[in-house]
Design a protein. Structure first.
Length: 92
């Protein structure tokens, strides 16, 4: 039986290399990691622009599929829902 988490918190720092965060003096981030999950080796998708990469993180597919290339809102009925929508559906 799975346990429903009370909250999901995702922290992404645009433009920061994982090693810079890992090796930096980040006591508050370090405190969050103690009881969570972390990756310091995540890789950008190409092109490595913010909109495309945040879209890839949220939707789990590359820019060629999610189609996010600007700050404009995307449709609610995209074929690749964000992980937030998937969680919301699984745990209403």
């Amino acid at each position: 039986m799975s346990i429903k988490p009370e909250r999901v918190f995702v922290l992404g720092i645009d433009g920061a290399m994982g090693s810079a965060v890992r090796d930096g003096k980040t006591p508050n981030i370090d405190a969050l990691v103690v009881d969570g999950t972390v990756s310091y080796s995540a890789q950008a998708v190409l092109p490595s622009a913010s909109y495309q990469n945040w879209g890839a993180l949220l939707h789990g597919v590359g820019a060629e599929k999610h189609g996010i290339d600007s700050g404009n809102p995307i449709s609610e009925d995209v074929p690749w829902p964000s992980y937030l929508k998937v969680l919301q559906k699984a745990y209403p």
